[in-house]
Design a binder for this molecule. Structure first.
Ligand SMILES: [Fe+2]
Length: 270
């Protein structure tokens, strides 16, 4: 069994500051790391961690350094990709060990955790809230998937390639979502697509199979599906996803895990 943890939208801030003057994102990450550490004996072993963008709130060097320090207790291989709050050049310099694709300037990468290949895509458009995959990035993905054949793969990016019904988030979409979905669908084998950006756990079944948005470990986008829903966030419990791949059945399954601690566990009584 291969197990991969997906964290998303950490929005690390500078020491002594809060995201939107409200959220201590460092404290939320520290709490998540501690909780996952406590959980590992029950859910592990875990082969790697993927962070689906918005690692930082402003893309500053010190924010990436703070993030790495707070993640270090997990002591797991880490694969990162940029979100619209990140800075491509600062991020590249902050993660010199990541095997970025050498073919062009986007932060695309391919890592293998256990039996699963993770293809991480850069859909950042600097200075903009929406996402876009360049023709070079799509060509790179096409080539990587062709080389993998029927091997299991997770395609990871920040902006989801589907609309969620949360209007102010749908107004900043992945512009070439259909191109991505059709590209993935052309390739055989077990594949799931994972994203962030919306700070909520949302799933969708697309032509290429399941597509999941992972929750933030910190603040959530408010669950407002009304026509004129305001751009707001709330502090419902943060969470993360655990993606498992069983090589005998060739099936992925994904757990949503809210970050505790909670009361329990308590034994069932019959
Ligand atoms: Fe975000």
């Amino acid at each position: 069994m291969t197990r991969i943890i997906q964290l998303s939208d950490i929005h690390m801030v500078d020491q002594g500051t809060l995201a939107y003057d409200v959220v201590d994102t460092a404290e939320y990450l520290a709490r998540a790391v501690s909780y996952i550490g406590d959980l590992l004996p029950n859910i592990g072993p875990v082969d790697g961690v993927v962070i689906t963008g918005d690692l930082t709130d402003h893309g500053r060097e010190q924010q990436y350094a703070r993030l790495k320090e707070l993640l270090s207790p997990l002591d797991l291989p880490l694969c990162v990709l940029p979100g619209n709050h990140d800075d491509r050049d600062v991020m590249r310099a902050s993660f010199p060990d990541q095997s970025w694709s050498p073919d062009h300037d986007r932060l695309n990468s391919h890592v293998q955790y256990g039996d699963v290949h993770v293809l991480a895509l850069d859909c950042l458009v600097s200075g903009k809230a929406h996402g876009f995959l360049t023709p070079e990035t799509l060509d790179w993905l096409e080539t990587e998937l062709a080389l993998l054949g029927s091997e299991p793969a997770i395609i990871a990016l920040h902006h989801p390639p589907f609309l969620t019904g949360i209007r102010h988030m749908d107004a900043q979409p992945l512009h070439n979502a259909q191109e991505l979905l059709q590209l993935i669908a052309r390739h055989a084998g077990a594949k799931i697509t994972i994203c962030g950006h919306v700070h909520r756990y949302i799933t969708s079944h697309q032509v290429c199979g399941p597509v999941m948005i992972g929750p933030s470990v910190a603040h959530a986008v408010s669950p407002d599906l009304t026509e004129d829903g305001a751009s707001q966030f709330c502090l419902e419990p943060g969470g993360f996803l655990l993606h498992s791949y069983d090589s005998s059945s060739k099936i992925f399954s994904s757990h949503y895990l809210p970050i505790g601690p909670y009361a329990g566990p308590f034994p069932f009584k019959f």
